[in-house]
Design a protein around this ligand. Sequence first.
Ligand code: NAD
Length: 490
Amino acid sequence: MKSELFINGEWVAAQSGEMIDVINPATEEIFHRVASAGADDVNAAVQAAKNAFDTGPWANMNGMERAVILRKIAAEIEARTDELARLEVLDNGKPFPEAQWDMEDTAGCFSFYANLAEELHNAPDEEIALGDERFKTHVVKEPVGVVGAIVPWNYPLLMASWKVAPALAAGCTIVLKPSEVTSLTALELGQVAKECGLPDGVLNIVTGYGASAGQPLSEHPDVDKIAFTGSVATGSRVMQSAASDIKNLSLELGGKSPFVIFGDSDLDQAVEWIMFGIFWNQGEVCSATSRVLVEEVIYEKLLARLKEETQKITIGDGMNEGVLLGPIVNKKQYDQVMGYISTGIDEGARLITGGDKPALNKGYFIKPTIFADVDENSTIWREEIFGPVVCIKPFNKESEAIRLANDSEFGLAAAVMSKDSARCERVARAFRAGIVWINCSQPTFVEAPWGGYKKSGIGRELGKWGLENYLETKQITRFDDDSSWGWYLK
Ligand code: NAD
């Protein structure tokens, strides 16, 4: 297990010598420590990235050559899936099969952007037809420069890969700051990149707290772009830090995503997708469908079936066989989720199941929790809980469901279920959200754009949109006529 910072291809201690305890949320035990970077360390990492961008071999490599290294990284992550997945479970708590899935997706992300690096290289420059035929314009794409990537703890390596892979494909250099809560797999990525031949300084990794490492990174004048995933409150602070230099910025923030279920839906399918939408990854998912709207005709029947299936979920240490719900990531988040549960009870929502700790001696475990009859103005209906807590409410009319679904400051994801395909399409288009699922909830594909409306963020990750995030667009316009321009010299 790595513990030092990765700067300019070397493993180095934080200049202050300070460390952060790494705690297993299933046992509450400290099992490791990682360096706590400060502004000086961040500055050294940014200088390494700037130097690598300005003068290093990376800047002179073409997309075909970059793709070779990206594919090596993908292969190495794939080869180390179980080892990396185990680290993720120790750090984050998620069940091992989910962590394995994360690693497959991480490797897939590097492969996908290897392909796009090649496509970018092979694509001819776009020629633009101009109103004045004496001029010719073509458009070239160039890397944006030094990227500061700041990521959260819920999918530690996967969220890092959504930024690192396209940024590398574009030809950028990077300073990655993982969450102070889950740094281990990000550090392993540094080692993997080094072994796969990524030149020194192209990827630098600084572990540390938001205030002491994240903020100096988002304020640093030599960082050209900040790519941030995290909460709305931090996103807003990062935006302010980036404002003084007018940095290029993309934000992937929180959500309170609705799932509208019409009365003609298959009950089993509805129950399974609700469960996947809110209990997968302990509900610590930005796109979790945490507000469920159910047509009145099936409301009580669905609640009964959902309660029955939810109570069968095996809770425990993510490394144990058969576990479907691990612990919450840390004590702070555990307290936050428990706080929302007691607020929900105080606000009069009907607690169908859960709401407390399971009978386990240690660990930040919370039973999967269902609230019904949740008031649309209540705290638990409006705020992101980021835990295994679903809020359910009945509706009668399609228009009412759409109004309730869109009545949120967030707009990350939404889902609809019905056997009527035209209705699904109509509702999907009416949602004010960047990601919409029909007859399912959560499946995420590297090829498709990811990002939110409203307070859920700015910009899109994944797919070709994810690559665009790290590219500047330059027009080159040529005067292509033998005659004189004829303005001053007639
Ligand atoms: P967070 O905002 O607390 O932290 C995110 C990152 O920002 C961490 O690395 C943290 O150290 C850093 N940070 C904190 N203060 C900072 C500052 N002042 N300047 C710069 N960086 C700072 O979020 P979290 O608790 O780690 O993650 C949960 C949140 O992330 C949820 O709101 C969730 O919805 C969101 N999220 C969104 C997506 C998405 O794709 N939209 C994906 C995953 C998580």
